[in-house]
Design a protein around this ligand. Structure first.
Ligand code: GTP
Ligand code: MN
Ligand code: MN
Length: 379
C-alpha cells in the first residue's frame, strides 16, 4: 500500500489542461459516483459543490492505477474532504449512501428527465419542477408554453436519448459535406466534439466549417441547411449568430451556429433480415426508416479556425455539463497567463494584443502549455 500511496502523492498539476486525461481510465465506479453528486449539485444551483465534485472526478481520471484502499485516498490532490469521504465509502462498502439517496430522489430523477430534453436547461427544468411537473407526460399540460426547440425535443425525445454511434456520425458527415460542397466544392468540414476526442458514442455530432476565402462562407450555412431541409433531412433547426461580419466580442463566442435535429436515413442493410419470411403485421404503423439525431454546425472564418477547433473539441465547459477541459483551459489562461481565451482567439490583457494561430499546437505554445492531443482532453 505504501507503493500506491507514493503513486497517489506524485505531483498532479492543478489545472486539467496541464494533465493528459485519457478517455478510458482506472476508476470508473468512483468517477461515476462523483459525477452523480456533481450533477445533483448543479440541479440544486450550487456551482461551488458542482465544481468540487467535478474537479475530484477529473483528477481521478488521470490516476494511472485503480484505487484499492481508503488509506490511498488521504493524499490525493485537489480532492476536497467531501469527495474523499465519498471515495473512501465506496472503497470500503462498494456503495456510497449519499449517492444512492441522490439517485433515488424525486428532484434528481425529474431534473434528469427534464434537462434531457433538447432546449431545456437547468433553470427551466427547476421552474417546471416547482410548478409540479415531474415527467414528460406532465408537459402535455403546458404544451402551449413550450418553445419550438423544446417541442421538437419532446417530439423526438426517445431517438435523442439513444446515443449516436460513430457509424451514424460518419453518415451525418456525408450528408453535411454533400450539402455544403454543392455550394462550395472545396469547403473544409471537420467533425469536432466528443468524436474528435476518440469517443465511440455521443449525444450529438458537432462540425466546424471553414474556407481560406472568407467570402465563400457568406450565407453558406443557411443555403446548405435550406437544401437539406428541402430534401427532408431536417426535422428542426435554428441558426444563431451573425451572418458573418467580423466584429469580435471579447468574452462571448459568437460564431454562426446551427442547432439541428436531422432525420438520418437508416444504413442500407447488407441483406434484409426478413427476406423470404412472412411477418404478421401486428403494428399497422409503417416502419420508420430514419432516426432523429442532434447535429451542431459551426462556421468559423479561416483566421479563427484553430481557436474554434480547440473550443469545439471540448471536453465541454458549459455549466452544468460534466467534463470540463475547456473551462479549465480558459481559467488557466486568465489566472496564470492573464490572457483571455475563447473560440475566436487569445487576447493578452496586459500587453493588449491578440495572438494569431494557425494550429492548436500554436495555441498551447502561446499559453506555455504542453500540447495535448484531442484524445488527451477528456477531463
Ligand atoms: P457529446 O456530444 O455528449 O459526445 O459530448 P461533446 O463533448 O461533443 O459535447 P458538446 O457537443 O455539448 O460540445 C462540444 C464542444 O462544443 C464543447 O467543447 C463545448 O464547450 C462546445 N460548445 C457546445 N455548445 C456550444 C455553444 O453554443 N457555443 C460555443 N462556443 N461552444 C459550444
Ligand atoms: Mn457533441
Ligand atoms: Mn454539440
Amino acid at each position: 500500500s505504501s507503493v500506491s500511496s507514493d503513486k497517489a502523492t506524485q505531483e498532479t498539476p492543478s489545472y486539467a489542461c496541464q494533465r493528459r486525461t485519457p478517455l478510458h481510465h482506472h476508476n470508473k465506479e468512483i468517477v461515476d459516483a462523483l459525477q452523480i453528486l456533481a450533477l445533483s449539485a448543479s440541479f440544486q444551483g450550487s456551482e461551488a459543490r458542482y465544481l468540487g465534485f467535478t474537479r475530484a472526478a477529473s483528477v481521478l481520471k488521470c490516476l494511472p492505477f485503480t484505487l484499492q484502499s481508503a488509506e490511498e485516498v488521504k493524499d490525493l490532490q485537489f480532492c476536497g474532504g467531501h469527495s474523499k469521504t465519498v471515495i473512501q465509502e465506496i472503497l470500503e462498502d462498494r456503495v456510497c449512501r449519499e449517492v444512492e439517496m441522490v439517485k433515488n430522489s424525486e428532484h434528481y430523477q425529474s431534473m434528469k428527465v427534464l434537462t434531457g430534453i433538447f432546449g431545456v436547461g437547468i433553470r427551466t427544468a427547476d421552474k417546471w419542477y416547482r410548478d409540479g411537473i415531474r415527467s414528460l407526460s406532465d408537459l402535455n399540460e403546458i404544451e402551449g408554453k413550450l418553445t419550438g426547440e423544446q417541442k421538437a425535443g419532446l417530439l423526438h425525445y426517445t431517438d435523442l436519448q439513444q446515443p449516436v454511434t460513430r457509424d451514424e456520425a460518419e453518415r451525418v458527415e456525408q450528408l453535411v459535406k454533400g450539402a455544403l460542397q454543392s455550394f462550395v466544392p472545396d469547403v473544409q468540414v471537420t467533425m469536432t466534439g466528443g468524436f474528435r476526442r476518440g469517443k465511440q458514442e455521443g449525444h450529438d455530432v458537432d462540425f466546424l466549417i471553414t474556407h481560406p476565402n472568407e467570402e465563400a462562407l457568406n450565407g453558406l450555412l443557411r443555403k446548405a441547411v435550406a437544401w437539406l431541409d428541402s430534401k427532408g433531412s431536417i426535422l428542426y433547426h435554428h441558426i444563431k449568430g451573425r451572418s458573418h461580419n467580423f466584429a469580435r466580442s471579447s468574452t462571448m463566442d459568437g460564431h454562426e451556429t446551427c442547432y439541428a435535429i436531422f432525420a438520418l436515413p437508416n444504413a442500407c442493410p447488407e441483406k434484409s433480415p426478413d427476406a423470404g419470411t412472412i411477418q404478421p403485421d401486428l403494428d399497422k404503423s409503417p416502419p420508420r426508416n430514419w432516426k432523429a439525431v442532434r447535429v451542431d454546425l459551426v462556421v468559423a472564418p479561416y483566421s479563427e479556425y484553430s481557436y474554434a477547433l480547440l473550443g469545439w473539441t471540448g471536453s465541454k465547459f458549459f455549466y452544468p455539463l460534466l467534463q470540463h477541459f475547456e473551462r479549465e483551459l480558459r481559467r488557466f489562461s486568465l489566472q496564470v497567463k492573464k490572457m483571455s481565451l475563447n473560440s475566436h482567439g487569445l487576447f493578452d490583457i496586459e500587453k493588449k494584443c491578440h495572438y494569431p494561430a494557425t494550429s492548436e499546437e500554436e495555441i498551447f505554445a502561446h499559453l506555455g502549455l504542453l500540447y495535448l492531443t484531442p484524445s488527451e482532453r477528456n477531463a
